[in-house]
Ligand binder design. Structure first.
Ligand SMILES: O=C(CO)[C@H](O)[C@H](O)COP(=O)(O)O
Length: 212
């Protein structure tokens, strides 16, 4: 199981300095959607240069022009690019074909997907590499969390790898780890912590005590 750090709300240089404080606990660095809106795919390029041993996810949340947009991030050095599950399957297909060309992977963000089992099947039919449970920031503010969707996801996914995001912290990580996703995604619990390294270590320790 990998730990993905989501960087959403820091400028580039601050995000690089921040990541140095927690890098030993994490496997994947996510250039989050607000971050990439602010800095562009150049942030992917800069992070790949600074952290060559880490995998980089570009959280583009692609909605159209799948192949073209995915290639922008893949060319910049992304190991993973996200596309939205709510979009047309043709867009996902375009992303997957482009990622395969680069030998990289597409993560389908299932935010706002209402029929998860049907969408999982559709995504697996086009050979999406990952399906990702996601309770968004606005949904979290209304008291929602991703645990029930992760249970549905693990029950219905046959081939794709699974990641999960949405307000996960050291307080809640165990119940997600128990469901054995391939990637656990944590953003604000680490980036907004009083002691980010301690929070990242606490989550890593829970993961290392769980299934790998
Ligand atoms: O994709 C995102 C927001 O759209 C976040 O990066 C993701 O939800 C992880 O952050 P947090 O742990 O704070 O929820």
């Amino acid at each position: 199981m990998k730990l993905q750090l989501a960087l959403d709300d820091m400028p580039l240089q601050e995000a690089i300095s921040f990541t140095k404080k927690v890098e030993k606990y994490i496997d994947v660095i996510e250039i989050g959607t607000p971050f990439i809106i602010d800095e562009g795919v150049n942030a992917v390029r800069e992070f790949k240069k600074e952290f060559p041993a880490k995998e980089i996810l570009a959280d583009l949340k692609i909605m159209d022009a799948g192949a073209y947009e995915a290639e922008l991030a893949l060319k910049a050095g992304a190991d993973y690019v996200t596309v939205l599950g709510v979009t047309d399957v043709l867009t996902v297909k375009g992303c997957v074909e482009m990622a395969d060309k680069y030998n990289k992977e597409i993560v389908v963000d299932m935010i706002c997907v209402s029929d998860l089992p049907a969408k999982i099947k559709e995504m697996e039919d086009v050979k999406a590499h990952f399906v990702s449970v996601h309770t968004g920031a606005d949904q979290q503010a209304a008291g929602r969390e991703p645990i029930e969707d992760l249970k549905i996801m693990t029950a219905h996914t046959k081939k794709a790898k699974i990641s999960v995001a949405g307000g996960i912290s050291s307080r809640t990580a165990q119940m997600y780890v128990d469901l054995n996703p391939d990637i656990l995604i944590v953003g604000s619990a680490i980036t907004h912590a009083d002691d980010p390294a301690a929070e990242a270590k606490a989550i890593r320790d829970i993961m290392d005590g769980g299934k790998k």
